[in-house]
Design a binder for this molecule. Structure first.
Ligand SMILES: Nc1ncnc2c1ncn2[C@@H]1O[C@H](COP(=O)(O)OP(=O)(O)O)[C@@H](O)[C@H]1O
Ligand SMILES: N[C@@H](CC(=O)OP(=O)(O)O)C(=O)O
Length: 453
């Protein structure tokens, strides 16, 4: 039995849905089909989820939302027309969205989640209608009926362990199950979404729940590439990589697969196959527990923007009991999460996502670190890019850091920071945003261009 997830790009138009239907029916073991909301048809198109967010925000601000509401309905309508299926599904979607938009707004975050989730929910209904119209035995299943329970964290829900036992029962349902991705229900019955791009997470949870043999994740590229294809042209395809490698790479910018989506599949030992809806006969990339190591120390290079660093120096910091705890307590007081903490004898740097921190908070934090921790110096730097060089082979290879640093130096890239050691399979470099492309290209040339395929 397989769980198959189709991302927004695979569901953006009627033409794409025709491919989806062919893929599903071509393999009778494809039992559960997880779907996203319609995504982009072309690069500057707008995803339905983004339109829903705009629409909900307008309602929350009591602004006129007619135009954006109609644009959302038009997206579904154009798909229905292309597929020539009965138009009553449009009335169902219109009524559902209207009702949601008029619902209780006393908890804006919950309201926003319910509206956002309707993108996948209504698309799943539409796709089930299309499958049935085409003579396929398929049914829409709602996550509440299936028992997909999640924590009460709007926009960042986590699956509750009891879900898995509930979901196992899906195995007994007749026909193909069309399941909306991206959201679940709290124990009190409220809709809550995962973080953005979270339909990948639903697919992984379902794969674990029904104890699938394989989780196929269909997207718009032939494979997971060794580097983001929007940064380096025609990068090398990855045939196989481990859960650990994929987790690090997706955390660090490989947006092709959500970083939180690996854990449920990994725990149940279910392999993941990333494949292309537009070229389904291509083998894609397999994510597995262990892989043959034949391609050198590095499997992938990922980069992600939007970080800042707080550098703190204080003479004899290493001798001071509780310095780290007090520093992190200050960040906790402002509700900030941090990503990495590289440290030296007299200094420490904390790396954070910069969108969490306003200028005012930065000023207050700096003052508190100076006065409460008696630091010698506090410097906040913005617009950093973190580049992650990842590979299981790095554990056994001497000199990978030296090769990477030399490649960056030769390309004239100024390394703001290096973090190596906490993870056995990755090393991280911090560079300034304008140097991202040059740095990634230099690392790619070093580890891939000279390597035989
Ligand atoms: N290393 C990578 N390999 C493949 N695709 C990548 C990589 N890094 C980023 N991407 C981007 O991820 C995109 C697919 O993810 P996404 O747009 O979320 O698809 P979907 O709509 O199927 O969910 C690709 O089109 C590509 O631009
Ligand atoms: N539609 C949601 C969830 C999702 O997974 O979408 P996609 O498959 O298009 O990345 C989002 O845009 O966040």
């Amino acid at each position: 039995m397989k769980v198959v997830k189709f991302g927004g790009s695979s569901l953006a138009s009627g033409e794409q849905l025709k491919k989806v239907l062919q893929i599903v029916v071509s393999d009778s073991s494809r039992k559960v089909v997880v779907v996203s909301a319609p995504g982009k048809r072309y690069s500057d198109d707008i995803k339905v989820t983004d339109m829903l967010i705009e629409c909900a925000e307008k309602h929350l601000e009591n602004e006129d939302a007619k135009v954006i509401f109609q644009a959302i309905i038009d997206r579904y309508e154009s798909i229905v027309k292309e597929l020539s299926i009965p138009s009553d599904i449009i009335q169902t979607i219109t009524n559902d969205l209207k009702e949601l938009l008029e619902s209780d707004k006393s908890k804006p975050e919950s309201y926003l989640d319910a509206v956002k989730a309707s993108g996948e929910d209504n698309n799943a209904k539409l796709i089930a209608a299309y499958f049935q119209h085409s003579g396929v035995d398929a049914q829409y299943v709602n996550p509440k009926d299936a028992g997909l329970l999640v924590s009460d964290e709007p926009g960042n829900a986590q699956v509750l362990p009891e879900s898995y036992e509930n979901l196992y029962k899906l195995r007994d349902r007749k026909g193909i199950i069309i399941f909306p991705g991206f959201f679940g229900y709290s124990k009190s019955g409220e809709v809550l979404t995962f973080s953005r791009s979270g339909s990948d997470i639903t697919g992984s949870i379902l794969a674990n729940g029904i104890k699938a043999d394989l989780y196929e994740n269909f997207t718009d590229v032939d494979a997971v590439y060794s580097v983001n294809p929007t940064i380096v042209q025609n990068p090398k395809e990855i045939v196989e990589l481990t859960y650990r490698e994929m987790r690090e790479l997706s955390y660090a910018g490989f947006s092709v697969f959500h970083d939180e989506a690996l854990i449920p599949a990994f725990r149940a030992g279910i392999p993941v196959n990333v494949k292309n809806t537009n070229n389904p006969s291509a083998p894609g990339t397999k994510i597995v527990n262990e892989r043959a190591n034949s391609n050198g120390p590095v499997i992938g290079i990922a980069s992600d923007k939007g970080f800042c660093s707080i550098y703190i120096s204080k003479y004899l910091m290493n001798r001071e009991i509780g310095f780290g705890r007090k520093l992190l307590q200050i960040l906790e007081d402002y509700g900030l999460t941090y990503e990495h903490v590289p440290s030296g004898i007299d200094d420490v740097t904390v790396i954070l996502r910069q969108k969490q921190m306003s200028k005012k908070v930065e000023k207050q934090i700096t003052e508190r670190i100076m006065t409460e921790l008696q630091a010698d110096e506090v410097i906040i730097e913005h617009d950093l890019v973190l580049i992650m060089v990842v590979g299981e082979g790095m554990r056994h290879n001497v000199g990978t850091t030296a090769r990477a640093s030399k490649a960056l130096a030769d390309a004239g890239v100024n390394i703001e920071m290096i973090n190596q050691g906490s993870s056995e399979v990755s090393m991280m470099f911090g560079v300034k945003e304008p140097q991202e492309k040059r740095a990634v290209q230099a690392l790619y040339n070093e580890f891939f261009v000279a390597v035989p395929v």
